[in-house]
Design a protein around this ligand. Sequence first.
Ligand code: TZP
Ligand code: MG
Length: 221
Amino acid sequence: VLTFENKKGRLNEIITGLYCITSEEHSKGRSNIEVVEKMIKAGVKIIQYREKKKSLLEKYNECKKIREMTLDSGVTFIVNDNIDIAMMVKADGVHIGQDDLPIEKVRELVGDEMIIGISTHSPTQAEDAVRRGADYIGVGPLYRTYTKEDVCEPVGLEYLDYVVKNINIPYVAIGGIKEHNMDEVLARGARCIAMVTEIVGADDIEEKISKVKSKFSRGVL
Ligand code: TZP
Ligand code: MG
C-alpha cells in the first residue's frame, strides 16, 4: 500500500486516467459506499469523496469507511471541501475551490505530504494555483453540467488547450464529460478525466467504467 510520501513523488502517475467523484443524490438510490465499492472493483485508481447534502458527521463516517476501502485496494483517496475530514481520516489529498481557504494556508494545515487539488476556470487561476503550491488543478467545467448546484458556464475547450500547453503540474479535465464526448477531451491532450454523473448515475457502474477505461490509451485507469 502506498503512503503519502511516495504518492507525492508520483503525482503524474496518480493524476491519470479516470478520476471518479461521488455524489449520492445522482447515484440512483445507491449509497456512496456502494458506489465506491463498485468503482474499486472496476479498477478505478483515484476517487474523490464529494457530498454536498450530508452533515459533517455523516461525511466523516463515510470517509472513514472509504479510507479503509481505498487503503486495502491501493486507490488514491481525495476528500472534497473538508480539510478537517481529510486530515482526520488520513486521506491522500484534499480538493478545494476558488472560494475556499488560500492554498498556502491549507498547506500549513495539511503538511507537505498531502495532495492539494484546486478547481480552476481560467488561465489566471491556473497560474495562481501553480504559484501557490497546488499539486494538481481541476480544469472545467468543459461542457454543460447540472451536477454542480451553482451551475457554472462551460469554460470552453480553449482553456484546456491553454493548460495542456502552459501548465506543468498535473491537471484533471472535468464538467459534463461522458463516454460519448471524452475522445475529444483526450485528443486535446488531457491524461486525466473526472466524471460524476456519467459513472455514479450509470445503470451498471462497472460496465460503464470498463467502457470508459477502454478509451484511455494503453487502457490506463
Ligand atoms: N466541478 C466542475 S464541473 C463539476 C465539478 C465538481 C461537476 C461535474 O459533474 P459531471 O456530472 O461529471 O458533469
Ligand atoms: Mg468545494
